[in-house]
Design a protein around this ligand. Sequence first.
Ligand code: GLP
Length: 243
Amino acid sequence: MFSLEITKDYQELSERAAELVVKQLKKKANSVLGLATGSTPLGCYEQLVKLYKAGELDFSGVHSVNLDEYRGLAAEDKNSYRHFMDENLFSKINIVKEHTHVPDGMEENREKACKDYDAEILSVGEIDLQILGLGLDGHIGFNEPADFFSKGTNCVRLTDETIESNQRFFRSKEEVPREAYTMGIGSIFSAKKILLLVSGKAKAGILEKALKGPVTPRVPASILQFHRDLTVLADEEAASALS
Ligand code: GLP
């Protein structure tokens, strides 16, 4: 069972998502937040920054773990997810930099990168609220369609569809890294609460599959149907294929 909230548009979706984060922080000031990148959570982050600047939010006790990072991109690279988070959220609020965790894209040794990140995730404790976006192929984090659900952090080869969809952030398709480190589905699933944000017509078909179709690693987000505390926030366009 999940709760589905349909909003008029992206703006309303972002405001509602921020409201749910605020609710979480009011309940527990030292919450562990699982954070996502991509265009979808940006509006929510903007709202959180606004509320912080208005003196309504305090992130000093918050810890965060991000879902993923491109393999081969340094923190300073403007396309790295570390840079994205610093730019769009962390540098604009009073979160302690050392409390923020993103996989190390510059660790070449895949096994070590994954082991290290699993240890980081463990060190912050249970994720209280995990924010997720949805890939066009149903991926969450960078867990692409596969034969099985991943448990811990893993190194994935990005699918052509994902590379094409993410090339908008890069100068060319060739520049998009082919691999990424991502938190595993098992770790994502261990979060106490999950908030899935989905916006736009292009996501309507995959959202319907994820929420109404069979639970299968071919549609990684479908596992969320089994979660005990999932809220789906979708705007009208994204929800248009759900009857
Ligand atoms: C990226 C990220 C995901 C994100 C997804 C959707 O590949 N790794 O975490 O949810 O794409 O992105 P967007 O919100 O831009 O559609």
